[in-house]
Design a binder for this molecule. Structure first.
Ligand code: GLY
Length: 358
């Protein structure tokens, strides 16, 4: 089983497994007098028995909690339900939570763990491609607040990330492929050789070939590891991980979450790509190539029924603003991102119009 170690203040391992069988081995006898709360959503509840079985010998007590899947439940109400379940089961500061699901589950469980009794440990058991290659690593936790995505949160590093690649097999194709948006992102911001692997393996990727997926997820996590080790709390370089997310988040919100996160990141990358072309940083051919890669993975590169000025207004309302300027991620070249604070409204509009085909 492959393993990476993230060397933040408290180091933790990322395990790349093909089943849940090795999970229990990650906990020594000290855990025998601790409890763990396994938190599922209504889609990932199917793993309840398998995960509970692996942990029941190593933990003193295994409890479970399930919430209804979906971004609309990623809020403080669900977090309060988690607190209540933990209080009723007498969870103390030495006990743990475990997020068994996708990005919503991981972010919310992490936030509940960061705040319950002023902070308890938690582990990530990501079951979607997006969670495996991005959100389960790096300790960003949080919930949406009213109309504001991820507005309330905390940095709280997991103690372990354990992924069972087989969980990807039961994901609906659209949800699975939307996670590829994040994988493509790593190719553009950090390592263009990942794009070559993707281009050579479109069919294998679409068929969820375990070998190619393990390779891409491992490489994505390794890039994320390198970045979050340098900058765990996004004071600097970590912001490059937001490539495609600034305009992407605005579209996600305006479309009322009808588009999946990775689909919006795909649109956001095309928009950021256009701004990078206009600045002479990458070529028109590079942008065409980006669109071809995304389309080959069934990811959207254009959007109908949205208004450019509305997307601009929501983009500028995003929390990624510094001194009134949008902190924007551009491509310096294919495989290298830069953080820029000078992108004008006109430039943002040119990027937005690229996806609206105006
Ligand atoms: N998902 C971006 C980050 O973890 O910084």
């Amino acid at each position: 089983m492959k393993r990476l170690t993230v060397n933040n203040k408290e180091a933790y391992d990322i395990l790349f497994a093909g089943d849940f069988g090795g999970l229990g081995n990650e906990f020594n006898s000290e855990y025998k007098d601790k409890k763990i709360m396994l938190i599922f959503d209504s889609n990932t509840e199917i793993y309840k028995d398998a995960v509970s079985k692996e942990l029941s010998d190593v933990f003193g007590e295994v409890h479970t909690f399930t919430f209804t899947a979906g971004e609309k439940n990623k809020n403080l109400d669900t977090v309060m339900d988690i607190y209540e379940a933990a209080i009723k089961a007498h969870f103390e500061r030495k006990d743990l939570f475990a997020a068994c699901g996708g990005g919503v589950c991981g972010d919310m469980t992490g936030f509940a763990a960061a705040t319950y009794l002023r902070g308890i440990k938690f582990i990530q058991i990501p079951t979607t491609l997006l969670a495996m290659c991005d959100s389960s690593v790096g300790g960003k936790t949080g919930v949406d607040f009213r109309a504001y995505k991820n507005m309330v949160g905390a940095f709280h590093q997991p103690s372990l990330v354990y992924m069972n690649m087989k969980t990807l097999l039961s994901l609906p194709d659209r949800e699975y492929l939307s996670g590829m948006g994040e994988v493509v992102k790593y190719g553009y911001i950090y390592d263009s050789s990942m794009l070559d692997i993707i281009k050579d393996n479109f069919s294998a990727i679409k068929h969820k070939d375990e070998r190619i997926l393990s390779e891409l997820i491992y490489r994505s996590c390794d890039i994320k590891r390198i970045i979050v080790e340098q900058d765990p709390t996004e004071k600097g370089v970590r912001a490059i991980l937001n490539f495609g997310h600034t305009i992407g988040h605005a579209i996600e919100k305006l479309m009322n979450f009808k588009l999946l996160h990775g689909e919006c990141v795909s649109l956001g990358m095309v928009a950021a790509g256009r701004i990078s072309v206009n600045r002479g940083l990458i070529s028109e051919d590079d942008l065409t190539d980006m669109k071809k890669i995304l389309q080959a993975l069934d990811l959207p590169v254009s959007l109908k029924g949205a208004d450019a000025n509305e997307i601009l207004a929501v983009t500028k309302n995003d929390k990624k603003m510094e001194k009134g300027k949008v902190k924007f991620i551009l491509l310096d070249s294919v495989g290298k991102a830069v953080i820029d604070h000078t992108v004008s409204d006109e430039e943002l509009l040119s990027g937005i119009r690229e996806v609206l085909n105006d």
